[in-house]
Write a protein that binds this ligand. Structure first.
Ligand SMILES: [Zn+2]
Length: 51
């Protein structure tokens, strides 16, 4: 293992995308971001397929 920094950016396994239900802001986080920093709205996890 010469280098371990080559794959930085491929963190889809631990990060999920969350979309603000009010303003549509997208954030990527490992855990639920809580409330939107823009409008204080709730985030919805959009990592899993939307039915
Ligand atoms: Zn928002």
């Amino acid at each position: 293992m010469p280098h371990g920094q080559d794959v930085e950016g491929d963190t889809s396994d631990i990060s999920s995308k969350y979309e603000c239900l009010q303003c549509g802001k997208i954030v990527e986080a490992e855990t639920h971001p809580g409330e939107c920093e823009e409008c204080g709205g709730d985030f919805q996890n959009r990592a899993k397929s939307v039915e």
